[in-house]
Design a protein around this ligand. Structure first.
Ligand SMILES: [Mg+2]
Length: 125
């Protein structure tokens, strides 16, 4: 059974669009509205998650804080994280990569861009 993709974004639209792109390819996604919710999901079912795509700006716990929490957790630190950021937040890219993000993607992104950026991190069995 292939793993699931965790999509973390406070925008319902972004979560919907991202989920749609992946479900068309046959992948299962799990959605979280902020870093706190993402950590709760990871705590309960980290073994099911093969990839995390996280927004940068979110209430309660942002993408950076989530990244730091995941990277310092031995159970979670192996899961690749892609940071989704906007053109205006480009300064966040270096910060994200330094903190251990596997890659980044600029929003708004096309289905092709998303699949291309994340292809290396998707495990198919
Ligand atoms: Mg946001």
């Amino acid at each position: 059974m292939p793993g699931k993709i965790l999509i973390v974004d406070d925008s319902l639209l972004i979560r919907k669009v991202t989920t749609q792109i992946y479900s068309k390819q046959g992948y299962v996604t799990v959605e979280a509205t902020d870093g706190r919710e993402a950590l709760k999901i990871l705590d309960e079912s980290f073994k099911d998650i093969m990839l995390i795509i996280t927004d940068w700006n979110m209430p309660n716990m942002n993408g950076y804080e989530l990244l730091v929490q995941i990277k310092k957790n031995k159970k979670l630190c192996h899961i690749p994280i892609i940071v989704a950021t906007t053109e205006t937040e480009k300064g966040s890219i270096n910060k994200a990569l330094k903190a251990g993000a596997a890659d980044y993607i600029i929003k708004p992104f096309s289905a092709h861009e998303l699949l291309k950026t994340t292809a290396n991190y998707i495990i198919t069995q």
